[in-house]
Design a protein around this ligand. Structure first.
Ligand SMILES: C[S@@+](CC[C@H](N)C(=O)[O-])C[C@H]1O[C@@H](n2cnc3c(N)ncnc32)[C@H](O)[C@@H]1O
Length: 207
């Protein structure tokens, strides 16, 4: 099973569960983020600081959309979720329709985005677990992905990324020369083998 098939299989099961029992599936890292609330508050604080009058928000690898559906639509002029899993997008759309959400959902591979996304000039790009998933396929793809994020962002736009595979220092180093580190969110820390780490990293970078 390749990566795409893995995600498709996982979200197909979630979609079937949603159809049978109305349960909406997993929002990644929800245990560490107070069900996404910590990240949402972080994003809202950035939104309040920034000077964009109109403000667009793109979620790359949105999965079943559970996180994006928490975002207050009145704070952004346009919200779009993209994922290459057909079932993830089907589930996000079904759930979204039920809750009359204005979010737009798009089935697409981040490496082959349609013109309307490429031309978006996005003020916020959000990634929770997508960089981690892409890294499983090799560092070459990670470099390509970061360049895509840089190209999609508007000047002074924010890339808000949550990773479980990297320390903050590794993330900053990965993006250095492309995006400027701005702020990060704190999570509980632990020590292992004499090193201090956190369960997750959420950081905001600016173009
Ligand atoms: C760890 S899951 C996170 C899902 C969601 N962001 C969340 O927080 O619940 C990673 C997601 O990245 C998506 N993904 C991985 N590679 C992708 C690609 N090349 N294009 C679009 N989506 C991709 C997967 O389908 C999956 O939904």
């Amino acid at each position: 099973m390749d990566r795409f098939e893995y995600w498709e299989f996982l979200y197909r099961k979630e979609y079937e569960t949603f159809c049978n029992s109305n349960l909406c599936g997993e929002d990644w890292f929800e245990n560490y983020t107070d069900g996404g609330k910590k990240i949402l508050d972080f994003i809202y604080s950035l939104r309040e600081e920034c000077t964009f009058r109109d403000c667009s928000f793109l979620d790359l690898g949105c999965g079943n959309g559970q996180f994006l559906l928490l975002v207050d639509p009145t704070k952004f002029t346009k919200i779009v979720g993209v994922d290459y899993s057909f079932s993830a997008i089907e589930l996000a759309k079904a759930y979204s329709e039920k809750h009359h959400s204005p979010i737009e959902w798009l089935q697409a591979d981040v490496f082959h985005l349609p013109p309307q996304v490429k031309a978006g000039n996005w003020n916020f790009i959000h990634d929770k677990g997508t960089l981690d998933a892409i890294e499983l396929q090799g560092m070459k793809l990670v470099d390509d992905y970061i360049q895509i994020v840089v190209d999609l962002l508007a000047p002074k736009g924010y890339f808000v990324v949550t990773c479980c595979n990297k320390t903050l220092e590794e993330l900053v180093s990965l993006l250095s020369g492309k995006l400027e580190f701005y702020k990060n969110l704190s999570y509980p820390s632990f020590r292992f083998g004499g090193q201090e780490g956190t369960v997750l990293v959420t950081a905001a970078f600016m173009k």
